[in-house]
Ligand binder design. Sequence first.
Ligand code: SF4
Ligand code: SF4
Ligand code: SF4
Length: 178
Amino acid sequence: MPRYGMVIDTKRCVGCADCVVACKTENNVPEGYCRDWIVQDVQGDYPDLYMEIRSERCNHCENAPCVRCCPTGASHIVEGGIVLVDHDLCTGCKACIAACPYDARYVHPEGYVDKCTFCIHRVREGKDPACVEVCPTKCMHFGDLDDPRSEVSKLLKSRPHHALIPEAGTEPKIFYLY
Ligand code: SF4
Ligand code: SF4
Ligand code: SF4
């Protein structure tokens, strides 16, 4: 069984937001909401400043508090460790939204909670997630973190990287290359 994750090269990301548009189109994300977004993070002290541009989304955490706290079982984990929300089981109570340190979820206008699915419908067909496929600089990589031959594993082995808010203990599966 794979353990899916993403590796994103922040050196190559130009902040074009094509990944955001692709996701909205692929997943019929309603106007005014998003499953992925761009962050411009300025680090360091003047004059030694550095800006990291990041495409962010649900981290499909290994130790997912949104799944643990869900009272109906709507938030659940499927093959490859992908975290999903069963829209029919979701009551819109927002416990998962409060539990997620990454602000990765939103309440869909139809009343259920929604978020990134790693485009599981595409992954099941052997394709990359929509955001990964459209990225013009090819800075996003999707694959099996447990397979030493996968591109994501090779990148993590060869390049320094970080994950977001590791101190929250959720064990996120999206990594950003420096
Ligand atoms: Fe960055 Fe690629 Fe997204 Fe453009 S599509 S913002 S280059 S990750
Ligand atoms: Fe859950 Fe948030 Fe982690 Fe996604 S990023 S699995 S919504 S805790
Ligand atoms: Fe959107 Fe799919 Fe990318 Fe998730 S994996 S951010 S659902 S395009």
